[in-house]
Design a protein around this ligand. Sequence first.
Ligand code: ADP
Length: 362
Amino acid sequence: MKKSVSAVKPAFTAEDKKTFRSLLKTFTLLVFAVFVSAVLITTVIVILLYKLGVLPQVLLTPVILPIIAMLACLLIGTVLSSFAGRLFLNPLRRLIAAHQEVSAGNYRVRVSDKTPVRELGRLIQSFNDMAGELEATELFRNDFINNFSHEFKTPIVSIRGFARQLQKDNEQPFLSSEQRREYTDIIAYESDRLARLSSNILLLTNFENQQIVTDKTTFYLDEQLRHVVLLLEKEWGGHAIEPELMLEEVSYTFNEEMLTQLWLNLIGNAIKFSPDGGTIRIVCRQRDGFALVDVIDSGEGMDAETVRRIFDKFYQGDTSRKADGNGLGLAIVKRIVELAGGEITVRSEEGRGSAFEVRLPL
Ligand code: ADP
């Protein structure tokens, strides 16, 4: 799943409007201040020069004096403007430098948003938000690549090691038939794991790139859930678990195969994380325009940190069962629920079990 994009903020909040002045107001005030200052400074200088008797008599005519005053005003105004302009230019320069850093790949750069001008403050804030998002995406991408290569490398290393042993044994036998069987079993098991991993990655990438759900049909959710429970018979049978089904008839329209995948992952997890003889309850009902499906188990449950991260790609809370999964099951579940416009919630308590609820709009 793509990291959800945070809601777009309004250009200015009421608070911004109270705290910062608008660019137009600041600019007008600034021009006014420059004019007044230039006139005042020129007047003071002219009066001073006159008092000191420095001004030559010839200049004190009603035509030349205003021209001199005007020129002096212009000069002083220009100098003052160049200083006042820094109020706008300095934050802009900081922003330009920061943009250059971002385009060079440094997403950690942030610009200080200390400026009394509202528009500039907002521009800087937006830049900082954008850099933050890019940094998070970059971290997420690096994490994904690390996890991805790790998950692939581990079984490959194991397969290669045991295959080499068998190769050597072919040239000069040194393994017992027991060992040979064990090694080939490991190779078969690890290849299965690799195959599962690549099909899960393909599935997830496929769902992530998909914006519209195709091949929709109308079917009964309760029937579909019963079918999935049957598909998983080997798993729950092996754990002496008897799933409890409380299924009301609910008709639903969606891609049937995708939804089957969702239940397979959720119910598969409920079985995987339950002790032998544990209980699993699957409830399906229709309420207020939603189809609600609960998958409740009395298994080992999760701590708060695990609950927070279970939908992340490759996240596995229970490392003792690492070999049984790859941490993609719930990421796939979440994406399917998103594509259906629904939501999924989880409640869990360590040692007491977990309850997943899927709400699908009808
Ligand atoms: P995995 O392939 O490890 O099952 P998932 O994405 O399906 O990957 O699940 C991620 C993690 O969420 C699991 O490793 C486990 O720690 C936790 N989890 C998922 N479902 C359950 C459950 N029913 N009970 C306890 N923990 C669960």
